[in-house]
Ligand binder design. Structure first.
Ligand code: C2E
Ligand code: MG
Ligand code: MG
Ligand code: MG
Length: 289
């Protein structure tokens, strides 16, 4: 913010900068104890087949209800966890909890788990995956790992090796938030992602009739099709958007229109009844509302 105001005045902003550094330290301190205090939990958001509208998977989304800070948004605490490497133990917890929950669902429904770069390049990452699968009894092909393009920024070879290792286990890997990062198409040639997730900004752009967003979604779908990868549109909020996305050829849809991130108990109920495509998922209680 200070930057926008032009030079020469940065001292004026020091108190607020200081406050935010202080806040960060307090958040970090709390986050260190969040697992043992039982402050973390997972919500699950459905991903549906764009045509049949049945649930194909749920994405596990981490929530932190802090005793000291109240609800803290993932946009705030995930980057903090990454900077402090707390994402390694937290990510391990997420993976295990997600697998333990997914075994309760019908066998055709998969679980998608977000994994940060810091976590992925840990030498222990693949064995963490193996352990979560073994402990839960979930088969590897029901676990999908979501990574963003940013994992290729630091050590692309190491990231690629880690992904190949988990693919060899039978897990699939999705490329999340596609198009927002430091896109290089090189790794699409080298790695067999199962799915490309088209970022919400393009979906919203297309919904607002921005020709650029429409063109980009079309191009991503065409590219994914020829690479034999699936596509998921993120952030679909209305029936009109769902229809537009279908016409653009995206295979799967995720967004508030089909279901918000919801608590585990609700996801269990929803995935049992949602074998009937005419029964649209209604937003329920709890979760993100
Ligand atoms: P993401 O993986 O791209 O997850 C999708 C985000 O979009 C979620 O935000 C979800 O609640 C939100 N979303 C879904 N549908 C809609 C919609 O229709 N409209 C709008 N406006 N938003 C929608 P959330 O849960 O706040 O998570 C934000 C990010 O935090 C995630 O983005 C992911 O990058 C990260 N994250 C969440 N859980 C984990 C985790 O367990 N591990 C790691 N490493 N990162 C996580
Ligand atoms: Mg994701
Ligand atoms: Mg995403
Ligand atoms: Mg996103």
């Amino acid at each position: 913010r200070a930057k926008d105001e032009g030079g020469g005045e940065h001292y004026r902003y020091e108190p607020s900068l200081h406050a935010s550094a202080e806040e960060r330290r307090r958040l970090e301190f709390s986050l260190r104890h969040a697992i043992e205090r039982g402050e973390l939990l997972l919500n699950f958001q459905p991903v549906v087949d764009a045509y049949k509208e049945n649930i194909v998977s749920f994405e596990a989304l981490l929530r932190w209800q802090s005793k000291e800070h109240g609800f803290v948004s993932p946009a705030k605490f995930i980057p903090l966890a990454e900077d402090t490497r707390l994402i390694v133990p937290i990510g391990e917890w997420v993976l295990e909890q997600a697998c333990l929950e997914a075994v309760n669902w019908p066998a055709h429904i998969r679980i998608a788990v977000n994994v940060s770069g810091e976590q992925l390049i840990e030498p222990e990452f693949a064995s963490t995956v193996v352990r979560s699968l073994a402990k839960s009894g979930l088969t590897a092909n029901r676990l999908e790992i979501e990574v963003t393009e940013s994992i290729f920024l630091r050590d692309a070879d190491l990231a690629r090796k880690a992904l190949e290792e988990i693919m060899a286990l039978g897990c699939s890997v999705a490329l999340d938030d596609f198009g927002t990062g430091y896109s290089s198409l090189g790794y699409l040639r080298k790695l067999r992602f199962s799915t490309i997730k088209v970022d919400r900004t393009f979906v919203q752009g297309a919904a607002n009739h921005h020709p650029e967003s429409l063109a980009i979604i079309r191009a991503v779908v065409a590219m994914a099709d020829s690479l034999e990868m699936s596509t998921t549109a993120e952030g679909v909020e209305t029936a009109e958007e769902a229809e537009m996305i279908r016409q653009l050829g995206c295979k799967k849809i995720q967004g508030y229109y089909f279901g918000r991130p919801m608590p585990a108990e609700e996801a269990r109920i929803v995935c049992q009844r949602k074998l009937d495509p005419s029964a649209r998922i209604q937003p329920g209680s709890g979760g993100d509302e």
